[in-house]
Design a protein around this ligand. Structure first.
Ligand code: NAI
Length: 485
């Protein structure tokens, strides 16, 4: 029997464009393509039912088809309401062998410009495999799919907590979604939780959530922290943002960045790439930090390290990269220059206090661009004194909301770690405790190796004597775990 492929995307006719773009991306994703070669016939993911919650872009489409080629069944949703590329979503549904009239790819629930209700509906669809079938792996970015499973299971026992006035809009919608789901779930979320063998997490913010669960003794399955592979956070977070931050600002505003003053809040991995991105355009870049080590690093790179309050009137562009919340408030924006640009590249939208902006009387929002008509979200917020600020992607990560996120090559490194982590937890999960792990260094080095040829790099091989002298095997790993790169 064949059951009809389930999906909800904008328009399957976009799949042709998506496929063309995927074909280009594959050439730029040597890591994923060589994993297909290495594991395509042994199919280590056979039997894996992976629910993915990760920005539904062209690069993710190549990841999805890699997982499928390795034997997995996959269902997907995006992890942000603005980050889907509709042609990518269409292409994965149609699949490499299907047609628009006869799609044969994977169930995908994602489109650009979802409402919050639709967002959680999509996540729920990606987790709901139907008729007694349960997912056994999660591939997460930011932790929303994991949270939905864990909260669903918890609340099946205790009931959904009451909504409070002080709850964020996001949280209210999440509560409402689960409240409705629990009316008919009949233990479904608990069974789903118990069926999950492992989760692999893509980003800093999601990893933070996992370590918090682990400390609270509430992590019910092993988790792989993909973010802290060196070939992920020291590449994607840095060089990915170096590419996609200014891409997003430019597509959204077309403003000239040369000569402007740009403030980057946070100088971690994303902050470092973001600062470089703006400096390369000729902007004068200032940094805010709470960590003296990162602040000193910024100083050594020649950036001025200052407090946000001291540059509100002066700066032209404000970017948050902290993974923290309430970094830029409406009170801050009230003091900014006319048409100052405010955007966030951290995972969640609460880095900029959008809720306060919405609530404050007398501030008027005019939508300049929106995802349906223009492919990105730009709003101008005018304050009672007549000055405006331009807020990108409603405070959500602007590189994916206003542009297309990181380019393929760097995502190949990130996603190679994802695929290896999925294989490890699916095949060898019983060797792991209910805790958060990073991939062993030899696999991190392997991911790097897979990307050198494409760039024409020629690696030097240690002699036996040299290897002995520094005390490492000729074939690696080359560094102790405390090495920081
Ligand atoms: P990180 O931990 O390396 O850097 C964050 C930095 O912000 C830290 O140095 C911290 O000291 C600083 N910080 C915290 N509170 C601050 C405050 N109140 N004021 C100033 N600085 C403050 O984290 P990473 O890897 O840079 O990630 C940052 C965020 O970006 C996370 O939410 C992550 O999930 C997200 N991310 C987004 C990507 C994108 O494509 N948009 C790509 C990768 C990560």
């Amino acid at each position: 029997t064949t059951t009809k492929l389930q999906y909800k995307v904008k328009d399957l006719a976009l799949s042709k464009l998506g496929r063309h773009e995927m074909n280009l991306a594959e050439v730029e994703m040597p890591g994923l393509m060589s994993l297909r070669e290495e594991f395509g016939s042994s199919k280590p993911l056979k039997g894996a039912r992976i629910t993915g919650s990760l920005h539904m872009t062209i690069q993710t489409a190549v990841l999805i088809e890699t997982l499928v080629e390795l034997g997995a069944e996959v269902r997907w949703a995006s992890c942000n309401i603005f980050s889907t590329q509709d042609q990518a979503a269409a292409a994965v549904v149609v699949g490499p062998k299907g047609t628009v009239d006869n799609p044969q790819g994977v169930p995908c629930f994602a489109w650009k410009g979802e409402t919050l209700e639709e967002y959680w509906w999509c996540t729920e669809q990606a987790l709901n495999w139907g008729d007694g079938v349960l997912p056994n792996m999660i591939l997460d970015d930011g932790g929303d799919a994991t949270m939905m499973v864990l909260k669903g299971a918890e609340w099946e026992a205790t009931g959904v907590p009451a909504t409070k006035d002080s709850d964020s809009e996001e949280w209210k919608v999440f509560l409402a979604t689960l409240r409705k789901s629990l009316e008919t779930s009949n233990g479904h979320w608990t069974r789903t939780r118990d069926s999950i063998q492992g989760v692999t997490e893509e980003t800093t913010t999601g990893v933070l959530r996992l370590y918090q669960l682990q400390s609270a003794g509430k992590l019910p399955f092993p988790a792989m922290n993909v973010n802290d592979s060196v070939t992920k956070s020291k590449f994607d977070n840095v060089y990915g943002c170096r590419h996609s931050l200014v891409d997003g600002i430019m597509r959204a505003t077309d403003v000239m960045l040369s000569g402007k003053i740009a403030v980057v809040c946070g100088y971690g991995d994303v902050g470092k790439g973001s600062a470089q991105s703006l400096r390369a355009q000729g902007a004068r870049v200032m940094i805010t930090e709470i960590d003296p080590i990162c602040a000193l690093q910024a100083c050594m790179e020649g950036y001025e390290v200052t407090r946000l309050e001291d540059v509100l009137e002066e700066a032209d562009v404000f970017i948050t990269t902290t993974g923290n919340f309430n970094i830029i408030t409406a009170d801050h924006m009230a003091k900014m220059k006319h048409n100052a640009i405010v955007g966030n590249i951290g995972h969640f939208d609460n880095e900029i206090d959008m809720a306060q902006l919405e609530k404050t009387k007398g501030i008027v929002k005019v939508n300049i661009k929106n995802p349906v008509e223009h492919g990105n979200q730009v709003d101008q917020w005018t304050f009672p004194d007549g000055h405006s600020v331009i807020v990108l992607a409603e405070g959500r990560l602007l590189n994916l909301g206003c542009a297309t996120g990181h380019p393929s090559f760097v995502m190949s490194a990130s996603f190679s770690n994802q695929v290896i982590a999925q294989i490890e937890l699916f095949k060898n999960g019983e060797n792991y405790d209910k805790a958060v792990y990073v991939l062993p260094k030899h696999l991190d080095e392997k991911v790097a190796r897979l990307h050198l040829d494409k760039l024409g790099a020629k690696l030097t091989t240690l002699t036996k004597e040299q290897a002995d002298y520094i005390g490492v095997p000729i074939e690696g790993p080359y560094k102790p775990s405390h090495y920081r790169y």
